[in-house]
Design a binder for this molecule. Structure first.
Ligand SMILES: [Zn+2]
Length: 137
């Protein structure tokens, strides 16, 4: 059994994994992570709806994390990894770890898809997963 690293971050079902965001029913603005209210200054709609975000997108930019992040971030078998900025469409750009990329050959514009992978295994919770982006087949 695997659990998300943070509640409400993503869900995995028959259709694969999707990030959980919010969509304003008034102006259509999409937020990730979920937001308590619309931040569009031209919109006064009172409530946002839960929205599953598209599972595919395009890599807009990236950086390589070459030192181990301090506590709070936890990962088993740490090694340098890439963090990408991904355009999921609908006006939403999301940062996430990249999975399966050759760190010396990352190409901006690569089509990517959302996956979930274990960060670490916890004796109380089991495998703790986060979302990542890998090259779309
Ligand atoms: Zn709005």
């Amino acid at each position: 059994m695997a659990v998300p690293v943070a509640e409400g971050l993503f869900e995995t079902g028959d259709g694969g994994s999707h990030l959980i965001g919010s969509r304003c029913a008034g102006c259509g603005t999409v937020y990730f992570p979920q937001a308590p209210g619309c931040r569009n200054p031209a919109c006064d709609h009172p409530a946002l709806e839960r929205a599953l975000l598209p599972a595919t997108g395009t890599l807009l930019s990236y950086t390589i994390q070459r030192y181990q992040p301090p506590a709070l971030f936890r990962i088993d078998d740490w090694a340098p990894y890439a963090i990408g900025l991904v355009d999921l469409g609908e006006g939403v750009e999301v940062m996430g770890m990249l999975s399966g990329f050759d760190l010396d050959a990352i190409v901006i514009g690569t089509p990517v898809r959302l996956v979930t992978n274990a960060l670490y295994t916890d004796t109380a919770r089991g495998a703790v997963e986060t979302y990542m982006f890998e090259i779309a087949a």
